[in-house]
Design a protein around this ligand. Structure first.
Ligand SMILES: [Zn+2]
Length: 273
């Protein structure tokens, strides 16, 4: 098994998890990410060192080629995104991608939409995202509060893709693949629900960033735009995942980011696949 490409099947839907990269989180980083919950998170972390993977999902359904998020692209020169390389390695050319689903607009998810030349990395793709997410980030008054690089990147990205479909509520994007609102991390943050022939996968994306957060759903990473809403969404997803024994995918947990929720007494824990 490759350490950076992981095949996945959901009924008739075939896909791969592609590792965009791994960011090592130092003790100082962890304290910065969880300013109020650093000690609790550290105590609940199974591994000494924490790291954040970027797990990009590629799917094929009903003759369509889909990406869920795109990695960081060239936004971190020291650690450029590997997603496109991984995709090509598996024989999929970026030109053949039909649909790119964006879970939310943080740069580690949308950075890969532009190539090094500033052009669309997936020139024939339509983008699909939550209208709420688009309206939140693309308001001129909000763009004016962001640093120039980030604001410029957002403008440039959406200018490079003439086809953008904005959806509201739960919405099927391609057969068996739906956006499912999971707000709080960002206002329009969405999970992805994938269903085929009685099989399911719930991709919770950034509803939690590390395994310890499954045990501590009220721990708040600094990335969450609406922390209280994020916690309530997080709890809802955990409850559903536990009740329905759902197979889960996460964007940032150790590659490939697949696993289950298991109850252990008072709390739930993450069980990697
Ligand atoms: Zn993220």
């Amino acid at each position: 098994m490759s350490t950076s490409v992981y095949p996945i099947e959901i009924g008739a839907i075939r896909g791969r998890v592609l590792l965009d990269g791994v960011q090592v989180v130092s003790a100082d980083d962890l304290a910065r990410i969880f300013p109020d919950d650093n000690q609790r998170i550290r105590a609940a972390s199974p591994d000494e060192a924490l790291s954040l993977s970027g797990n990009v999902l590629f799917l094929e359904t009903a003759g369509k080629r889909i990406l869920v998020d795109t990695g960081i692209g060239n936004l971190m020169p020291d650690l450029p995104g590997q997603m496109q390389t991984r995709l090509r390695e598996t024989g999929v050319e970026p030109e053949s991608i039909d649909t790119v689903i964006l879970s939310h607009f943080h740069m580690d998810h949308i950075g890969g939409l532009l190539g090094a030349d500033g052009q669309a990395a997936f020139p024939h793709a339509r983008l699909v995202a939550s209208r709420m997410e688009y309206d939140h980030w693309m308001r001129e008054d909000l763009l004016a509060t962001l640093d120039e690089v980030r604001a410029g990147r957002l403008r440039q990205t959406f200018a490079a893709y003439p086809r953008l479909d904005l959806v509201e509520g739960q919405a099927e994007v391609e057969p068996g693949v739906s956006l499912l609102p999971a707000p709080g991390h960002t206002p329009g943050h969405c999970a992805i629900w994938i269903e085929s022939e009685g099989a399911h996968l719930l991709h919770v994306v950034d509803s939690w960033h590390c395994a310890a957060q499954v045990q501590l759903p009220d721990a708040r990473p600094i990335f969450d735009v609406q922390p209280e809403l994020a916690t309530s969404t997080h709890r809802d997803l955990l409850a559903r995942a536990e009740a329905e024994s759902l197979r889960l995918l996460t964007y940032h947990l150790a590659f490939p980011g697949l696993g289950h929720i298991q109850r252990q007494g008072e709390h739930t824990v993450w069980l990697p696949a």
